[in-house]
Each structure stands twice: as structure tokens, then as C-alpha cells.
Design a protein around this ligand. Structure first.
Ligand code: NAD
Length: 359
């Protein structure tokens, strides 16, 4: 019997609703497999700004570090928009927690769930061939964290620059994550760069080649980012693990999400070397449907499955959640965001209950 201490950042909008259903499912998994949980509520996001005047209250990272994993619903909303100072904006808290916990690898599986093949916007034969890939995005380096500048020139008006920098250390640690994940999956890594133009990409590629030699059991290929964007819609079935730098990963992972249907279904994990991993749906706080029992809790529930697999090394428990979700969807149950039989339309709470029952 294991006991896990989980930090719960319920957040804003639909965040608390989807987290509540995920806690139910995890408790059910605990009953079945003999685990128990201690839940630690952590205030972060717009709700924290309202309560204490800061979206990332002092001590947030320390509370999370004392836990085995962090589950996050979503933060943000129009109430805490860009007119607010940075410390009151929920996005500031998101960047800060990733940085403070050293979460440099963002894992986003994009798998077409069999029951939702009709929701895939690609050609039927492409969907039928199956899509099951894992995007591994570098999360704490590159152009989003580089030096920025904006200045007046003499003859060209205002000019702005953003610096993209990568070190071998940063590339190597994300690369190892990708190769090790590929060993747990179908044994293939596609490394995406723009080595025909960018110096950072040439360093990226050289470092990846060095690593590839250490993993002879994993098939390896390089792909230019523009080609990858095209291949994701032409033949996504060719990909297993796709690893890339921060900005390319930001864009490509959204593209990969779209080809697998609803945003309400896609989980993610952000992990580092030692601190607890952070697990969250890829969607935001959906203020338009908050508090109406309409949100799809599946993305958060599947994020919990990732937590079992990657933080607790319990693949059977992870598989039990994923299989339960597939059975509920295959039976035709759906929330308003996924296409399906109108007679089997359910709300957030009922979807959570159905998944618990299937577990
Ligand atoms: P969003 O993902 O919240 O919503 C986009 C659309 O998808 C909306 O129509 C929404 O109703 C729908 N949707 C999203 N999740 C759903 C679910 N689980 N079930 C059913 N429908 C769902 O994106 P947005 O509208 O651009 O952002 C809203 C707020 O969320 C903003 O403040 C944004 O900054 C924030 N945000 C937070 C995170 C995060 O916490 N990690 C990520 C993205 C956006």
C-alpha cells in the first residue's frame, strides 16, 4: 500500500470542476489497487489574486515541492487580464511554477481515441491508420526565456529583438527524456529543428546525434520544422516520440492536438529531474462554460493517468484509467464538446461518475 501526497491547484473557471472529478477517479483507482492519497490544496491563479493580491503566493513552490506530484486544473480568465500588473496575472504564476520546479520537459500525448475517430479533421483513411504520438517540448529555454530588447533606430523606426539561446546541457537533458520515453513506447524518436537556418538548431542536431549513438535500440530521424508541420496533417501515424525546442513545440503541439479532436480530451505532463511533476489538461479555464457542469473532465483525468505512469511508475493504474475512458466513450457517452449521440449527453459530474464506475 502506497500513500501519495498530491498538491491540487484547482485554479479558476472550470479548473475546480475538472479537478474534482479527477480526484474521484484517483480515489477509485486507489481503492482498486490499494493506494491512498493526501490532498493538499494550493491557491494559485486568479483566485489567489482575489484572496491575497498575488497570483503566485509566497511559498507556493515549497508546498508543491513537499508533494509527490502536482495536479493543476486551469488558471486565468478575463477578470485578471493584461491590464493588471504582472504579479496579479495568472499566466505569471504558470511560468513561475514551471521555472521554480525545474520542469524542463513538457510531454503531450496526441492519441486519437478509437471511439472519436469521426472527430478527427483528417481524411478517414489517415484517422483509421491510427494516431498515437508523444510531443516532447523543451519548456524552460529558447526564445521565450531569452534576452529581449526594444529600441528606437535612426532610420527604421522602432526595432525589437528576442534572443534564442540553447546550451548543450539543456538539449541533452530533454533529448535523454525523449529517447527514454521512446524505449517505453514504439522505439522511434523524431528530432525537429531548423538546422538549415539556425545556429541553435545546428547545435541541437549535433547533440541529438551524439545521444542517438547511445541509444542504438531506438530509431532516430531529423526533421525540419516546416516539414514536420506538414507531415503532422499528411501522415501523423509515422510519429512516435517527437522532440523539439520550446517555440517549435508550442506551435506543433497545438497542431497535433487539433488532429485528435476535442481540446477537452488532451492531457499533459511537465517534468524535471527531481521535483514533483506537474500534470494538467492542455485546455484553459473556459470561462464561457464555467460553473455550468458542462466541462469535459477527461483531459484532466487522463493527466492523472500520466501522473501514475511517469511520477509513480505505475503503468497498470495508468492503463486502468485510460481503458475506462475509452470504454465510456465507446459506449457513446459524451460531454457537449465532443460529437456523439444526443441521448447520451452528460455533464462534468456524470462523466466523472461513469469513468469511476468503469475503473
Ligand atoms: P480555453 O482552453 O479555456 O477555451 C477554448 C474553448 O474550448 C472554449 O470555447 C472552451 O469552452 C472550450 N473548452 C476548453 N476546455 C474545455 C473542456 N474541458 N470541456 C469543454 N470545452 C472546453 O482557452 P481560452 O478561451 O483561450 O482561455 C481562457 C482562459 O484560460 C484565459 O485566461 C487563458 O489565459 C487561460 N489559459 C490557461 C491555461 C492553463 O491554465 N494552463 C492554458 C490555456 C489558457
Amino acid at each position: 500500500m502506497s500513500t501519495f501526497k498530491i498538491a491540487l491547484i484547482r485554479g479558476d473557471g472550470i479548473g475546480p470542476e475538472v479537478v474534482e472529478q479527477t480526484v474521484r477517479v484517483m480515489e477509485r483507482v486507489g481503492e482498486k489497487f490499494g493506494h491512498s492519497f493526501t490532498w493538499v490544496d494550493v491557491l494559485m491563479g486568479g483566485c489567489a489574486t482575489d484572496a491575497v493580491g498575488k497570483s503566485y503566493p509566497d511559498g507556493t513552490a515549497e508546498i508543491c515541492r513537499a508533494c509527490d506530484a502536482v495536479l493543476l486544473g486551469a488558471v486565468g480568465g478575463p477578470k485578471w487580464g493584461s491590464d493588471r500588473p504582472a504579479h496579479e496575472r495568472p499566466e505569471t504564476a504558470l511560468l513561475a511554477i514551471r521555472k521554480d520546479l525545474g520542469l524542463y520537459a513538457n510531454l503531450r500525448p496526441a492519441a486519437l481515441r478509437p471511439a472519436l475517430a469521426d472527430a478527427c479533421p483528417l481524411k478517414r483513411e489517415t484517422a483509421e491508420a491510427g494516431i498515437d504520438l508523444m510531443m516532447v517540448r523543451e519548456l524552460t529555454g529558447g526564445i521565450y526565456f531569452g534576452k529581449r530588447d526594444k529600441y528606437q533606430t535612426e532610420d527604421r523606426g522602432v526595432e525589437a529583438t528576442d534572443l534564442m539561446a540553447y546550451s548543450e546541457l539543456e538539449i541533452e537533458r530533454i533529448g535523454r527524456r525523449a529517447f527514454e520515453l521512446a524505449r517505453l513506447r514504439r522505439g522511434k524518436v523524431t528530432s525537429v529543428d531548423k538546422a538549415n537556418v539556425l545556429e541553435t538548431s545546428r547545435l541541437w542536431r549535433a547533440t541529438m546525434h551524439r545521444l542517438a549513438a547511445e541509444y542504438p535500440d531506438v530509431a532516430y530521424e531529423d526533421m525540419l520544422v516546416d516539414n514536420c508541420a506538414m507531415q503532422l496533417v499528411r501522415n501523423p501515424g509515422q510519429f512516435d516520440v517527437v522532440v523539439t525546442e520550446n517555440m517549435f513545440g508550442d506551435i506543433l503541439s497545438d497542431e497535433a492536438s487539433m488532429i485528435t479532436g476535442s481540446i477537452g480530451l488532451l492531457p499533459s505532463a511537465s517534468i524535471g529531474d527531481s521535483a514533483p511533476g506537474l500534470y494538467e489538461p492542455i485546455h484553459g479555464s473556459a470561462p464561457d462554460i464555467a460553473g455550468q457542469d458542462k466541462a469535459n473532465p477527461i483531459a484532466t483525468i487522463l493527466s492523472a493517468a500520466m501522473m501514475f505512469r511517469y511520477s509513480f511508475h505505475l503503468p497498470e493504474e495508468a492503463g486502468a484509467i485510460e481503458a475506462a475512458v475509452d470504454r465510456v466513450l465507446a459506449a457513446g457517452w459524451h460531454t457537449a464538446d465532443t460529437a456523439g449521440d444526443a441521448e447520451r449527453l452528460v455533464g462534468t459530474r456524470e462523466m466523472g461518475r461513469l469513468i469511476c464506475e468503469e475503473v
